[in-house]
Design a protein around this ligand. Sequence first.
Ligand SMILES: *[C@@H]1O[C@H](CO)[C@@H](O)[C@H](O)[C@H]1NC(C)=O
Ligand SMILES: *[C@@H]1O[C@H](CO)[C@@H](O)[C@H](O)[C@H]1NC(C)=O
Ligand SMILES: *[C@@H]1O[C@H](CO)[C@@H](O)[C@H](O)[C@H]1NC(C)=O
Ligand SMILES: *[C@@H]1O[C@H](CO)[C@@H](O)[C@H](O)[C@H]1NC(C)=O
Ligand SMILES: *[C@@H]1O[C@H](CO)[C@@H](O)[C@H](O)[C@H]1NC(C)=O
Ligand SMILES: *[C@@H]1O[C@H](CO)[C@@H](O)[C@H](O)[C@H]1NC(C)=O
Length: 542
Amino acid sequence: MNLLIDLIATFLCVALVHGYIEKPGPRYPPTKGEVWPRPQTQIKNGSYFILKPSLFQFKLTTKHGECTLLKDAILRYELLIPHAYAIVQKTLDTFNHTNHKKIWHTDKKFLGNINYFDVELTSSCNDLEYPTDISYEGYSIVISEGTKRLNSTSVWGILKGLESFYQSIYLADDYLSLRINKTFIDDHPRYSHRGLLLDTSRHFIPLNKILLTIDAMSQNKLNVFHWHIVDDQSFPYVSQKFPELSEKGAYVSFYTYTPAQIQVVIEYARIRGIRVIPEFDTPGHTRSWGVAHPEILTACEGDLAGKYGPINPAREETYDFLNELFGEVKEVFADNYIHLGGDEVEFECWESNSNIAQFMKKHKIGDYNALESYYIQKVINLVDKLKYKSIVWEEVFNNGVKVPKETIVHVWKGDWTDTLLNVTQNSYKAILSSCWYLDHLDSGGDWESFYYCEPNMFSNDTVLQSRLIGGEACMWSEVVDTNNVISRIWPRASATAERLWTEQIDDEDFDVVRRRLEEHTCRMNRRGIEAQPPNGPGFCVV
Ligand SMILES: *[C@@H]1O[C@H](CO)[C@@H](O)[C@H](O)[C@H]1NC(C)=O
Ligand SMILES: *[C@@H]1O[C@H](CO)[C@@H](O)[C@H](O)[C@H]1NC(C)=O
Ligand SMILES: *[C@@H]1O[C@H](CO)[C@@H](O)[C@H](O)[C@H]1NC(C)=O
Ligand SMILES: *[C@@H]1O[C@H](CO)[C@@H](O)[C@H](O)[C@H]1NC(C)=O
Ligand SMILES: *[C@@H]1O[C@H](CO)[C@@H](O)[C@H](O)[C@H]1NC(C)=O
Ligand SMILES: *[C@@H]1O[C@H](CO)[C@@H](O)[C@H](O)[C@H]1NC(C)=O
């Protein structure tokens, strides 16, 4: 009897150990032609067409007239398709790889060549249009024997569809041909605000890396570039009205973003369907503003004498200055939203300052939370007068500041489910970042925790849920610069992108998700994005 138990125990033990022994080869082989983020509806079929880049073309039709925006987009994809192929062939040549087993397409799954793809915009096109918070982004794709077509009622939907079409193309196992499967896709985003925050103050991020980031965002259907452009450490934004801010506040005079460069970023983003929302965080996080304009900051007194604290809310001229600055910012950045910050205000310097004490007494402001509220209230009012809508970090709401109803509250702290509940119960719109801090590193596979973060968890009330309009992955740049910013963000932010695009995804087979991300990462690599490997051992041919 004992012997039997021993035998069973030994067997179980061996079985368990075997379960953990690595097999040779990649841990999660990439999928073939899977779209990331996953479309809401896709009917798949393993039958495929062959796409020969030299024969293939897009055929664009619009409701009326020209559409330069889409013509240019099509041109980009027309170059990308052969590029992905050529880059792999070049690698094979480097290794003197010859394909011995050419696959002849006589199998039943082969449906013929795909030589064209119809792109139909069923509305008129305004080439100068900017994407907004209410832009429609849905599209449909059919690839079948009879029909090969993408359609949408908006240019932004067409852009998303072109990306999905491109992602559906994959290399055959022999690396000799490009394939695309027969399929039907009907797709639209779950949330309208799908963002990436990039901090360009803690480390300066050069223009080319910003553009590359925006490129990668479009590959993940993210649509808001939240540009955390200035902070305590440096002020790289070149203001036309106050050029001294960056002349003195940038790390060095040339680590700045000039008006012309900012226009390049905005236009690069626009034609990819991405909004650019700048953040000018006040009253805290403003130390670099004070290099040129110490008078707008609070001069600390007592033990802290010689140091500067947050913006001085007691000084009326400060609001005139901000009015001028934000008036300019609104002209420069086309979007109708500005992010006003309002996070992490430290009170000790305010507490030390005797003028502020007098001011509070005079205005019957009881404590420093109330003083902060007084300040933010005034800033929000002046921005409101500029017809500029605002996003604020959650502290502004938590401190009970009265903000206009369309203000978006940006939730970033740990107790986010409670905060989201409170914000939405108070009828404000919210965006979430708490679970998508890219600067918090776990191990290589930490994108999975990003993926598991389900924003709707805060409530089962659909009205409250509808007030949550999206989220942002945040790349604070204390420990990233031009050398590692791209690989730190990607493909980790891809997990956030899918969470924000695709409706409830909890029933998914997680191994398939891993394999899809493996393919998506290789695809980004082929497009020049140095995304890091997501799943441990494996390889990409790039
Ligand atoms: C896939 O497409 C082929 C070719 O049109 C068709 O014969 C087959 O029935 C389809 N399979 C499924 C599961 O729909
Ligand atoms: C495409 O078809 C192949 C088989 O021909 C299959 O392995 C692959 O998973 C399919 N991909 C998609 C996205 O349907
Ligand atoms: C490939 O072939 C060329 C020419 O025969 C040779 O010079 C080169 O070293 C080879 N490369 C590799 C990686 O074997
Ligand atoms: C695309 O066209 C089909 C057929 O006309 C239509 O049913 C579908 O709603 C259209 N899709 C979009 C996103 O406009
Ligand atoms: C909800 O937020 C308000 C401020 O807007 C605050 O006074 C209140 O304590 C919060 N409630 C909870 C339960 O956190
Ligand atoms: C939502 O409903 C589910 C299922 O009834 C429950 O487990 C969960 O606790 C609810 N969530 C909230 C925030 O009330």
